[in-house]
Design a protein. Structure first.
Length: 278
C-alpha cells in the first residue's frame, strides 16, 4: 500500500513539475531578432521584466529568415524588417504575418570616398546599389527623392535595370551584393549602403551625403506577429515599451544617431504605397 502511495505521489510530483514547466514556457515571449538589434532588445527585455513579461531573445543569422521562424511557431514575434520586406515575404510565401507596431527607421544612405556633396555628382557617375530587389528599389527611390533620376510609372518598389524612366545625368547604376557596397566605393564614385552594413564598415548616418528620413513609410521597421496574435495584450505591451521616450533615447544613443526611433500609428503606416507617388 505504501509503495502504491509512493508511486502515486511521485507521479503527482512529476505532473506538477511538467505543468509548471509548461506554464513557465507559456509565460515567455520568444522574440526573433538579428544580432544588430541585440542591445536594444536586451534593454526591452529588462523593461518588460518590470511588467512581469519575460522575453527570450532568439538571434538569427543572415542565412535564416525570422519570418519563417515566426510562421512556423518557433518565435512569438520578430523585429528585424521594414514594411516593404514584410509585404514581399507574405506575397511570396502565402502568409499573413502582421505588423503590430513601429520601431525604428534604419535609413540607407549615399556614401563616397571621393566626394562630399550631392552637387559633386557628375554626368556618367558610377553609383553602386544593393542587388536584391527590395533594397535596389529602395536605392532608386532615394536617388529619385533628390532628383537624380525618375523611376518608371509602374514602379512597385523593387529594383531592376528596367525600373529607371529618366536618367538626366546618365548615371551608371552598378548592382552589387549589398554586403560589399562599402568596399565597392573604391571602384565607383558613390555607393548606396544599407544602414547595418554601413555601421559594420565604420560609417555613420552623418557621413552620408544624402539619406532617407522617417517619411519613407515602406522602410520603417516593425514588430511582427502571427495574424491570430495581432491583438494580444501582452504583445501590445511590448510594443508600448519599445515606443516609450526612454527607449527612443536609448536607441538613439547606442546607435550614435544611425537609427531614427519611429512611433507611427499602424493605420497611417498602411498608406505606405502613396510614398511611390511622386
Amino acid at each position: 500500500m505504501k509503495k502504491i502511495q509512493y508511486i502515486i505521489g511521485l507521479l503527482s510530483l512529476l505532473f506538477l513539475l511538467v505543468a509548471c514547466t509548461k506554464a513557465e514556457e507559456n509565460d515567455v515571449v520568444k522574440v526573433g531578432i538579428r544580432s544588430s538589434e541585440i542591445k536594444t532588445w536586451e534593454y526591452i527585455k529588462e523593461q518588460a521584466a518590470k511588467e512581469n513579461i519575460h522575453l527570450e531573445l532568439v538571434t538569427f543569422s543572415a542565412q535564416y529568415d525570422p519570418n519563417q521562424a515566426l510562421a512556423e511557431g518557433e518565435v512569438d514575434i520578430n523585429a528585424f524588417q521594414h514594411v516593404a520586406y514584410l509585404n514581399l515575404f507574405n506575397e511570396n510565401n502565402g502568409t499573413d504575418l502582421q505588423a503590430i507596431g513601429t520601431t525604428i527607421m534604419a535609413p540607407i544612405g549615399l556614401y563616397s570616398n571621393k566626394y562630399k556633396r550631392i552637387e559633386e555628382i557628375k554626368d556618367g557617375a558610377k553609383i553602386a546599389v544593393p542587388n536584391d530587389p527590395s533594397n535596389w528599389g529602395r536605392a532608386l527611390l532615394l536617388l529619385q527623392e533628390y532628383d537624380l533620376l525618375t523611376v518608371s510609372d509602374n514602379f512597385d518598389g523593387n529594383g531592376g535595370e528596367d525600373r529607371i524612366q529618366d536618367n538626366p545625368k546618365n548615371l551608371t547604376i552598378v548592382p552589387v551584393d549589398g554586403a560589399t557596397t562599402p568596399r565597392v566605393m573604391e571602384d565607383t564614385d558613390f555607393a548606396v549602403i544599407n544602414n547595418g552594413v554601413a555601421v559594420e564598415a565604420g560609417l555613420l548616418l552623418k557621413d552620408a551625403i544624402i539619406h532617407e528620413n522617417e517619411t519613407a513609410k515602406p522602410f520603417i521597421n516593425v514588430i511582427v506577429a502571427k495574424p491570430e496574435d495581432k491583438d494580444n495584450a501582452k504583445l501590445k505591451k511590448i510594443v508600448e515599451i519599445y515606443q516609450r521616450k526612454e527607449t527612443a533615447d536609448f536607441v538613439s544613443n547606442i546607435s550614435k544617431g544611425n537609427y531614427i526611433p519611429v512611433n507611427m500609428p499602424l493605420d497611417e503606416l498602411a498608406t505606405w504605397k502613396t510614398f511611390y507617388s511622386y
